[in-house]
Ligand binder design. Sequence first.
Ligand SMILES: [Fe+2]
Length: 297
Amino acid sequence: MSDAQQSVSPAIPEVAISNMPTTGLRGDYAHMGADYTTAQNWDGYSRAEHRLWARLYQRQARIAERYAADAFLAGLHHLNMPMDRIPRFDQASETIHRRTRWQIVAVPGLIPDDVFFAHLSKRQFPVTVWLRKPEEMDYLVEPDVFHDFFGHVPLLTQPVFADYLQEYGRKGAEALDMKATRLLARLFWYMVEFGLIKSADGIKAYGAGMLSSATETAYSIDSPIPNRIMFRLERVMQTDYRIDDFQSTYFVLERFEDLFNAMRRPFAPIYRAISSRAPISADAIVENDIVVHAGRR
Ligand SMILES: [Fe+2]
């Protein structure tokens, strides 16, 4: 495993699991409801787990201060989450609900696509309850509470992004019907897990995958190796991605409204037009790309 691989956290986002394994997942799926929700059981976290959260939080908050988009930092500020212990989902939900009418629902871990889409469409964000082990500080296969909470929850306080995520969930059923979840999942991967956005102060990171990783945030912004290309919906939907290494291409938003506006387009004609085309490889630059930075390999 390379250094880069060790720093990719997590390797798998919730929605990339079109064929979710039914065994081998580390969460407790025995005590959940039909919608895969469970209790956070905050009192069940050990002191060692709270200390590990504190180490993760302090490391990532320093990285975010330098590299994260203002909207993400504003979300962290609004959440006012404790640095020294795992946050209580019910308290965070109250804060988020006041701002955007979203709430957190606790889940055992990865959940099937249809359940994930249904939660998002109801403005419910599934957050895994378990925390990684100390030896997994830098690498994790399944998303844990730190990835889901620190990475995803801050942007739920931002109205435009919050509305975008609900629209994403609403589009899920159609994608399942049209067997196009692979195309829709690329939108989640590139624009929720690994998205960049322009700012007056240069390009900033807002994706949960990079902002919960020890080193991919800096890589996504500072490294000359990856491509940075302006967001176009069809382009993103056609582009393969890496699950075992840093991304070869990051897509850049001008503003969050561009993402929400893209979701207002009917997706069925787009699926029909592009589903039979060969995917664009993860490191390619293609015609009509607006290239912010051409990667050096
Ligand atoms: Fe994620």
